[in-house]
Design a protein around this ligand. Structure first.
Ligand code: UD1
Length: 441
């Protein structure tokens, strides 16, 4: 390669975010509806032949993918601003295609409502993903306990209820682990089953309680969602409902961590503080001042200290905020230890943070950090959704220019992140593949 070629602008092959770091952020950030709630609430539309209207829907590529899957099954879908009207009355198919479902793991959660409504469902296995193997054993085991014959062939899970006029039978289910997806799958399936279902060792995540809120609005009889034991009494049919998606605790947490990492004061709203309990406690432990007022949180960071952090099911520290928090700990004074307990392959952001000067070494699922005074900007790649958010946070805090690739992941979970961060003072912009740019500042 000639010297001239080396000096010429590099044409990007994919869009990237370009961030000039070390800007103090200031102002307010609005939190959108929760992606993980919205996706499962959309799946619940299959349970009724009347329309449901979901408000406060986030504008995300994952939501678009779920809408396409539902439409392919015959469900009506119309978006009006942040409200989505879903009409399960047109449901004609029970077998979403692999081409669509492979893009979205949450598509597997459709197996419960499809089976409950029509007594038959065929949903492709979601397979593994970058953060780990993501099994669905608990989902399938539970549906079998409710009377379905479940087989796996050619990468597709087929479930059918052969007797009982195609109706599932309520029963007692003890989950081996408190899987969010399995809890939601069983909850939806049990709403239309005959008799009572009890789920023990259920996931207690706020998204499970949000799903129960919609299902209750549709006429389902559910008690205990949000605790480790959930009781569901099956009904013959569910009706339409209007429901507002809960604020996204992961997006709110990402903004709070971005504030701390850039040593900035930000006001974040709306937030349900109880959904962020473990995150707020960690932010306080590392030296941030947190003030809650109603559905708003103001964060004022002080000098940051390292800490120990372990991911756990709710109400523990969420795995989805582990990578963003590690970006913050990279510049906190002293030592930190981060243990990822939920997904076996969720430390892929470590090498990217190291490229920015972070001092981290890993042993198995544990990362040991020694805080550095500052990170230095570099071209980096977000390897999954939350790792991408961590790269943005690291870039906001770093000296110089950081170029973040992997935006297809980021856009799955954050709506126009760069525009919202710009509004509070970040110097961040999206560079499309059509715009050649210099990778160095
Ligand atoms: C959901 C969230 C995801 C979050 C995760 C954990 C959605 C769309 N996604 O994913 O953002 O990171 O919860 O809070 O809501 N497991 C088994 N066997 C099973 C099922 C799960 O061992 O049959 C294990 C998994 O390997 C993992 C843990 O349980 O270690 C949690 O997984 P699960 O709660 O099922 O995650 P998802 O529902 O897929």
């Amino acid at each position: 390669m000639t010297l001239a070629a080396l000096n010429s602008p590099i044409a990007l092959t994919e869009p990237q975010l370009s961030i000039i770091g070390q800007q103090r952020l200031e102002g307010e950030l609005h939190v959108n509806g929760a992606k993980n709630s919205a996706l499962v609430l959309m799946a619940a539309s299959v349970l009724s032949n009347e329309p449901i209207c979901l408000h406060n829907m986030p504008d995300l590529t994952d939501i678009g993918t779920m809408a396409k899957i539902l439409v392919s099954l015959g469900v009506g879908f119309r978006l009006q601003g942040a409200s989505a009207l879903l009409n399960g009355g047109g449901l004609i198919r029970h077998n979403p295609s692999y081409e669509l479902t492979r893009k979205l793991r949450a598509s597997f959660f459709l197996i419960g409502p499809l089976l409950a409504r029509h007594g038959v469902a065929q949903v492709p296995l979601p397979g593994g993903c970058r953060i780990g193997s993501r099994p669905v054993r608990e989902h399938n085991k539970s549906l079998r306990a409710m009377g379905a014959k479940v087989t796996i062939e050619n990468g597709v899970v087929s479930a059918v209820v052969e007797g009982n006029h195609g109706r599932l039978q309520g029963c007692a289910i003890h989950l081996d682990c408190p899987s969010v997806g399995a809890t939601e799958t069983v909850m939806m399936a049990a709403t239309l089953a005959e008799g009572d279902t009890v789920i023990r060792n259920a996931a207690q995540e706020p998204e499970v309680a949000d799903l129960a809120g919609l299902l209750q609005g549709m006429g389902a009889r559910i008690r205990g969602a949000g605790s480790s034991t959930i009781h569901i009494s099956g009904v013959r049919e569910l009706h339409g409902a209007d429901y507002e998606v809960v604020p996204d605790r992961v997006e709110a947490g990402t903004f709070l961590i971005a504030a701390a990492a850039t040593r900035s004061r930000l006001h974040i709203h709306p937030v349900i503080p109880h959904h962020l309990g473990a995150v707020l406690a960690k932010l306080e432990e590392v030296g941030c001042n947190i003030r809650q007022h109603g559905q708003g949180i103001t964060i004022t960071p002080g000098a940051l200290q390292g800490c120990e952090l372990c991911t756990k099911p709710f109400p523990g520290f969420p795995t989805d905020l582990q990578a963003p928090f590690m970006a913050l700990l990279a510049t906190a004074e002293g030592d930190s230890v981060v243990t990822e307990n939920i997904f076996e392959n969720r430390l892929q952001h470590v090498p990217e943070l190291q490229r920015m000067g972070a001092q981290i070494h890993t042993h198995g699922n544990v990362a040991f950090l020694k805080g550095v005074a500052r990170l230095s900007g570099a071209p980096v790649t977000g390897t999954d959704l939350r790792a991408s958010a961590a790269m943005v946070i690291a870039g906001l805090a770093a000296d110089g220019v950081t170029q973040v690739a992997g935006l297809d992941h980021l856009d799955r979970g954050y709506t126009r992140l760069e525009e919202r961060l710009q509004a509070v003072g970040a110097r961040i912009s999206r560079i499309s593949s059509a715009q050649p740019t210099l990778l160095a500042a």
